[in-house]
Design a protein around this ligand. Structure first.
Ligand SMILES: *Cc1c(COP(=O)(O)O)cnc(C)c1O
Length: 355
């Protein structure tokens, strides 16, 4: 058995892989592949509708929200959000908690004045800044809920009346969401809710009226809302796999159920990290991510033999991002406890042999 700790594209439930493989050959017993039918066919429209329904049901998004399935990745949302929602002369506030946040800042600067309200760059993004001021005249506050590269996660979102836009790419649907805090949430699917190729965008319908700028049709959210994500050919197969993943998630007890599972997995791994003398966690304890656990070897010479021990035990994708080094265990929704147990056992055996 393989234990896939990849940060993204990442693990999905095995049953989802099997169902997706079947649909690629024979979709709904039609004798046709899902890859060769019209996105406007009855069978695919039913998939898109179920996907949207599951997003609404699982996340608690009512009729005041539009649910979109777009392409271009979360990286496209970095510029599309300010392009649509930052009017000429307006200012937006951004919280800088990592590489993805700073990319969002860089793109937003092309559309208005951006105030970075706080940054944890001073300590290589190892913590979440707290207690900062948000300018009262900001059109919105942009945050990144989980910092995939650095293994930090926002536990308490700022208490503010300023509408929030959140990049939830790497912890989307891993825990309950207080939807009232946001006007827009977006997530590239490939970290936690599906395969690469589709980006989930959930936006308050009344906010769409803000889009005053003259912009290309494809980049206007209103285009996709009016055409229910079918203005052009949507990423049909990624949407199908996302729908299967959300069906699975619903079966896990939705966000409350998956949160319990995720907390138990993270606890087991972090407890071992805190105990084991060969490794040390890089993120501030109170900000540790339930999705990505980043850790360093306490001696540089442990790196290669540990990677080798992982490989021998079927553990893959554990190498840390180049900007942090060491190791990163991504433990998204679909990761089973058994894989965490395997990693913990390998860490313990490693300590016995090397420390
Ligand atoms: C991976 C990631 C992105 C980039 O997503 P793409 O879909 O590759 O554009 C953005 N934000 C966060 C938090 C991520 O983890």
């Amino acid at each position: 058995m393989k234990h896939n700790f990849s940060a993204g594209p990442a693990i999905l439930p095995q049953e989802v892989f099997r169902q997706a493989a079947e649909a690629a050959v024979n979709f709904n017993n039609s004798g046709l592949s899902i890859l060769e039918i019209s996105h406007r066919s009855k069978d695919f429209v039913a998939v898109a509708e179920e996907a949207e329904q599951l997003v609404r049901e699982i996340g608690g998004f009512g009729d005041e929200w539009a649910v979109l399935f777009l392409s271009g990745g979360a990286s496209t949302q970095f510029f599309m959000a300010p392009m649509n929602f930052l009017k000429d002369g307006e200012k937006a506030a951004y919280l800088d908690t990592g590489a993805w946040s700073s990319k969002a800042v860089k793109e937003a600067k092309k559309f208005g004045e951006i105030e970075v309200v706080a940054s944890s760059k001073d300590k290589n993004y190892s913590y979440i800044p707290k207690g900062f001021d948000i300018p009262a005249d900001a059109a919105y506050l942009h945050t990144t809920s989980n910092n995939t590269i650095y293994g930090t996660q926002i536990k308490d979102f700022p208490n503010t009346d300023i509408p929030m836009i959140c990049d939830m790419s790497s912890d989307m649907f891993s825990r309950p969401i207080d939807v009232n805090k946001y006007v827009m949430i977006y997530a590239g699917a490939q970290k936690n809710i599906g395969p690469a190729g589709v980006t989930l965008v959930i936006v308050k319908k009344d906010w769409l009226e803000r889009a005053g700028r003259d912009m290309p049709t494809m980049l206007n959210y209103k285009t996709h809302v009016d055409k229910e994500s079918m203005f052009n050919t949507p990423p049909v197969f990624p949407i199908y796999v996302l729908m299967l993943t959300l069906r699975w998630l619903k079966g896990q007890g939705g966000l409350k159920g998956i949160q319990q599972h995720n907390e138990a997995k993270a606890k087991m791994l972090y407890d071992e990290l805190d105990r084991n003398t060969c490794f040390t966690g890089t993120a501030a304890k109170e900000d540790r991510s339930l999705m990505n656990a980043c850790f360093l070897p306490t001696k540089e010479e442990y790196t290669e033999p540990f990677l080798k021990a992982c490989q021998e035990n079927g553990i893959s994708g554990i190498k840390g991002h180049r900007s942090v080094g060491g190791f990163r265990a991504s433990i998204y929704n679909a990761m089973q406890m058994e894989s965490i147990e395997t990693l913990v056992r390998v860490m313990q055996e490693f300590e016995k042999e090397h420390a």
